[in-house]
Design a protein around this ligand. Structure first.
Ligand SMILES: NC(=O)c1ccc[n+]([C@@H]2O[C@H](COP(=O)([O-])OP(=O)(O)OC[C@H]3O[C@@H](n4cnc5c(N)ncnc54)[C@H](O)[C@@H]3O)[C@@H](O)[C@H]2O)c1
Length: 468
């Protein structure tokens, strides 16, 4: 039995509940002592690669940059050999960082596929409406793919990609990064081991945090469900995916209520102006002041391609607030994404789940309550407590990570292994499973708009038949 198996063995856990928590927190020291990899979630099916997987990055923005960083930290596993982005500055940043020759730098995703296949795989991190065509082209050319979520903005396009992936037998990993976070991985292990008996029901909350909401879904790129994708897909497909994964059963029916209540014209305060920079009379008391968020607090600046010289920052930011959507009043946008919604779900195994997405909260980090026949779990993405009904004993688990629960690079690691070993089973979020979360989200959005209970039509019934 490996140390990792020993540590997570349920017998071990039951006898020394508290040690589990200590081991998680002090894992680095334990790993050093036993000369082991420091990652407590290391997959024993991972192999040492003979050469790094060569990757083309399409879309060198915020997400693309995060995934490409994996190659900087793990050069023996992944090498970025080509980049494509219409934004010259971003393209050049990646070119420089990864030492890519001019020949392999492209200004548009289409150009990548005009030359014969020259790498193992492609990462697609372009905006939502630019996932389908690059993904289909990549599969056609024989590449394995890591595709940002949402898979595509419409159910039809998701279906196209799914069918193409099945037909090509190439790997399409979907960036449902939460599946790779230690918190959700550990929860999944606890549930699958039956430690709280049969799951009866689940409550899950996604607190977006109000500034994050204003940045991404009121002022930002995903503010409009028609030009981007409905927030249920853009944000909450992570949650429909996690809930379905934990419940371990296909969803049957969903029902959704939700609307945009606060970030609307009618709530624009007296004295407010089109932009925070236009002499708004309530700027100093507004929680959404762009001058406060971007200029004074210097938060979320990754959307601006900041100059290297920090002395230029203030003028640069001010100019951005005068010219881009990020300086506009949150009550005067063309946004339509709900700022609160609830989804009720019924799964085939009889489990029910209640999900709520909340914008008007001061904190981030998913909240989870799982009710079982023998015990329950209460968690907040950094820690959870499991209580046994019979003994009243409590087991706690704790690990501090980032907003994605440390899942971003763990996802890339698994994807690299899946590509290198040509085994999509090494990936927890291949399109085969990830598409279900999207079908749940599409059905929930339909329910929200039509005030109906929607059946979730699953791949096995529909997609595979049509696929022949
Ligand atoms: N997995 C997650 O948790 C998560 C989180 C945030 C965003 N996303 C998704 O990731 C994707 C990218 O989001 P982002 O925040 O990185 O956006 P971004 O705007 O920072 O990056 C997108 C990049 O694509 C480039 N691009 C646009 N058109 C192009 C073209 N024709 N050819 C090549 N490049 C082109 C843009 O110039 C930009 O640099 C989106 O689909 C988004 O919904 C996923």
């Amino acid at each position: 039995m490996s140390l990792r198996q020993f540590i997570s063995s349920r017998k071990f856990l039951r006898s020394f509940d508290i040690i589990k928590e200590n081991v998680s927190l002090k894992w680095k020291e334990v790993a050093e002592l036993f000369n082991l990899h420091e990652d407590v979630f290391e997959n024993p099916r991972h192999i040492r690669l003979k050469k790094p997987v060569s990757v083309i990055l399409i879309g060198a923005g915020h997400r693309g940059g995060i995934y490409a960083d994996y190659a900087v930290e793990n050069p023996d596993e992944m090498k970025i050999v080509s980049v494509s982005d219409i934004n010259v500055k971003r393209r050049n940043t990646i070119k420089k960082l990864h030492n890519i020759s001019d020949t392999y730098c492209y200004s548009n995703w289409q150009d990548v596929f005009k030359v014969p296949k020259f790498a193992d795989a492609v990462i697609i991190a372009t905006p939502d409406h630019l996932h389908t065509q690059p993904c289909l082209a990549a599969l056609e050319a024989g590449y394995d793919v890591l595709l940002e979520k949402p898979i595509a903005p419409t159910e039809e396009e998701c279906r196209l990609i799914y069918n193409k992936a099945q037909a090509s037998n190439n790997i399409v990993g979907v960036c449902h990064v939460l599946r790779y976070s230690p918190y959700f991985r550990e929860l999944k292990e606890v549930l699958d081991a039956g430690l709280i008996g049969n799951i009866i029901s689940l409550q899950h909350m996604e607190p977006i945090e109000q500034i994050h909401m204003s940045h991404s879904y009121v002022r930002g790129k995903w503010r409009n469900s028609k030009s981007a994708t409905p927030i249920l897909l853009a944000k909450s497909s992570h949650d429909t995916d996690i809930i379905r994964w934990l419940v371990n059963s296909p969803a049957k029916d969903v029902h959704c209520f939700g609307n945009l209540k606060w970030f609307t014209n009618i709530n624009a305060p007296e004295g407010s102006t089109e932009r925070c920079t236009d002499g708004c009379k309530v700027e100093s008391s507004c929680p959404y002041s762009a001058l406060q968020i971007y200029l004074r607090d210097k938060k979320r600046l990754y959307v601006f391609d900041m100059p290297e010289n920090k002395s230029e920052w203030d003028d640069f930011i001010l100019e951005k607030l005068k010219t881009t959507d990020y300086g506009r009043c949150v009550y005067r946008m063309d946004n339509d994404q709900p700022d609160h919604l609830t989804v009720n779900m019924l799964f085939e195994n009889g489990v029910t789940a209640a999900f709520s997405m909340e914008a008007h909260v001061s904190y981030e980090g998913r909240r989870t309550r799982i009710m079982g026949s023998k015990g329950d779990i209460v968690g907040n993405m950094e820690s959870f407590i499991m209580t046994d009904f019979k003994t009243r004993k409590q087991t706690s688990w704790k690990m501090k990570t980032d907003a994605h629960g440390g899942g971003d690079h763990r996802l890339v690691k698994d994807w690299i292994q899946a590509v290198a070993q040509k085994d999509k089973g090494l990936l927890s979020s291949s399109i085969d499973v990830s598409i279900e979360s999207h079908l749940m989200a599409f059905a929930a959005e339909k329910s929200r708009l039509n005030r109906t209970i929607e059946e979730v039509k699953l791949i096995s019934n529909e997609y595979l038949i049509e696929n022949g």
